[in-house]
Write a new protein. Structure first.
Length: 165
């Protein structure tokens, strides 16, 4: 398996754009996920294991597993998109190979084919316990580059936490 710590980092402006976008994602914040690696065409997202993200058997829920896989692939594609654009998932398929267990999950999105409009990514999710990584899910995703349409600003109503009255 490739050591991602040796991979080339994305340009600082690209990393800043990816991190700013990720910070606006309410679901990733709610799950407690964080980006740990941003390279051209490859992004790693980590989700700590905690009771709030588990299902009835104690495994990390497939919804949480799928969500971090989707975001890792989306941001992997976004690293290759023009500055004044945004990314949207067109479709993805995920196979759950084993129960998602470990100290944390690590989702890896890798661009397989980048096009002008559509980009295809490989999705992998690993359960990590100490230094041992085990593949728990794999998939494929298609993403769309939305040109000349930057993301919503931070002060947009959809970017703020909901309040109950």
């Amino acid at each position: 398996m490739e050591d991602w710590t040796q991979q080339q980092q994305a340009h600082p402006e690209v990393r800043a754009r990816i991190r700013a976008s990720f910070e606006r994602q309410g679901l990733m914040r709610h799950l407690g996920a964080r980006i740990v690696h941003i390279a051209p065409g490859c992004v790693h997202i980590v989700l700590p294991s905690r009771p709030e993200v588990t299902q009835q058997h104690g495994y990390i829920h497939a919804g949480a597993t799928s969500a971090i896989a989707d975001s890792a692939g989306g941001y992997a594609a976004f690293t290759l998109f023009p500055e004044n654009s945004s990314v949207l998932t067109v479709e993805y398929k995920i196979n759950l190979l084993a129960p998602a267990v470990g100290d944390h999950l690590e989702a890896v999105g890798t661009v397989l084919k980048a096009g002008r409009t559509l980009t295809v990514c490989r999705l992998e999710v690993f359960g990590v316990q100490d230094e041992h990584r085990s593949l728990v899910a794999t998939g494929q995703q298609t993403l769309m580059c939305v040109k000349e349409r930057p993301e919503q600003p931070e002060n947009h109503p959809s970017s703020r936490p909901a309040t109950l009255t």
